[in-house]
Ligand binder design. Structure first.
Ligand SMILES: [Cu+2]
Length: 131
């Protein structure tokens, strides 16, 4: 019973993050920073740095648990793109493979757990795909 409700709660959180992307984060000292704010339309690899704001330190051992890419900023929330974690060699930088089939503004929604911190870090980052 206990186990079942925990799993259901986890699924609920993941769903909320995926759908709304506006859940308040508890870990406000951390933020994702998009390193490429403009990419070519089509296949792209995005680099995102997770930063501890007070110290400016990059966080390399976080667990990224939710991602979504959609054209919400262009008024097309229903238009999504595949998003997949890719391996990164730079500490604190997380990379994601995507395919942006349309030029315009896209939002990348991310959630993360930082080791030793309660709560989650959630950000929605806007980037532009150009032809
Ligand atoms: Cu679109």
């Amino acid at each position: 019973m206990q186990r079942h409700s925990l799993r259901a709660a986890a699924a609920g959180v993941a769903l909320l993050v995926a759908m709304a992307g506006s859940v308040r984060a508890d870990s406000k000292d951390y933020e994702f920073q998009l390193l490429d704010k403009e990419v070519k339309q089509g296949a792209a690899v995005l680099s995102v740095k997770l930063v501890h704001k007070p110290s400016g330190r990059a966080i390399s051992d976080a667990v990224i648990f939710a991602t979504r890419m959609d054209m919400g900023p262009a008024g097309m929330e229903m238009m999504t793109a595949p998003i997949e974690a890719a391996s990164s060699t730079e500490p604190g930088v997380y990379q994601f493979k995507t395919y942006l089939g349309m030029a315009g503004e896209w939002a990348l929604s991310l959630g993360a757990k930082v080791q030793g911190e309660t709560g989650t870090v959630e950000n929605k980052l806007v980037l532009k795909a150009v032809q």
